[in-house]
Design a binder for this molecule. Sequence first.
Ligand code: AMP
Ligand code: MG
Length: 406
Amino acid sequence: MSLGYQEARALILDHVPTLDVERVPLLDASGRVLAEDFRAPWEMPLCDNSAMDGFAVRLADCKEEKPTLRIAGYIPAGGKPSGAIPEGCAIKIMTGAPIPPGCDAVVPVEETEESDETVTLLAPLKENQHIRFRGEDVAPGDLVIPAATLLRAPEISMLASNGMVVVPVFRKPRVAILSTGDELVELGQTPLPGEVINSNAFSLAAAVRECGGEPQILGIARDNRADHLEKLAAGLKCDALITSAGVSAGDRDLVRDILAELGATQQFWKVDIKPGGPTAFSMRGEVPIFSLPGNPVSTMVTFEQFVRPALLRMMGHRNVVRPLVTAILKEEVKKKAGKINFLRVRVTVEEGRYIASTSGNQHTGILRTMLRANGLAILPRDATFIAAGTEVELQLLRDEEMMLER
Ligand code: AMP
Ligand code: MG
């Protein structure tokens, strides 16, 4: 009895370890996950300061309509805090400069008329207008970024503002990638009929990179025991190992047996999905091993379902699966009962609804259909006919590209 893909994924996420913590320069932390709570060491802003280029004044001096005040000083951005403002005066002030003691409003330059030594305020004032107060954004000790947060530009900005030169993040996994099969030739060789270039190594390495891991391509293990033993053992030295092909029921499909010989414990083999049914997952010590089917489309679809979430979890991410949305199928689809089908689709948005249209021939051997797809529609296990206009669940693979035509 094969496993449901969600159960399979849950089992994987139960087993994979979170990697240890490393301290990296701030910019290298972007796209990574913060490993420790970050509390602000000081307040932000550090002092009351002007939010506009203009004039700092005291409301008490501005009781009449359109008052004219003497300009008693100038504080540029980066200027030091000044002494108190003399009575009946204004201080010219630039954005970010410290508010002189006693001032309780800033008048934007656009609302003034300036002559040599005086300024006339043209608009009515409100108390505290255009003043940014000390500590109004962040107080010292505030938990501004909790551990396990994905660091994007706003978090990087906050960390930079607080002087964080290096940041603790979860380490990236080194992910070994091993292809198996006697029919494979290396990239750079011209394949003869019956030979296939080892493209899976590259699609997997690209996919590992896209989710933030560090791929290590180990090459090809030929369909014999000795080669499998040597190369699988090498792969087990990394943080995770992905194999492609050799995991079905063929008599040359050696991956699972040799992994067992090397001390790996199989957690599952076979999932009720198409493409990607023969996927296996094992652990050896702390090292997860993903044995994916060899068909390039199956390899990519199973990476998406099982490996990507696992690698993200190893790097400390909380959200490890793509957003699931509801879409309307544009065409009718026929399928066999018994397996969940991932239908490769082009998704568009029409009148605020997702519309999924098949991206082409759905045979697992057709790679072009994968290139055109920006989503996978999940067709229920026991359905055999799904009418056009039916709502289906959908994984968005490339949501930023949704509106582009190919
Ligand atoms: P298998 O899982 O060994 O039955 O392989 C299924 C299909 O995937 C066959 O057509 C293989 O030629 C193809 N295939 C296996 N490994 C790779 C690879 N590394 N790169 C591209 N295609 C592959
Ligand atoms: Mg094979």
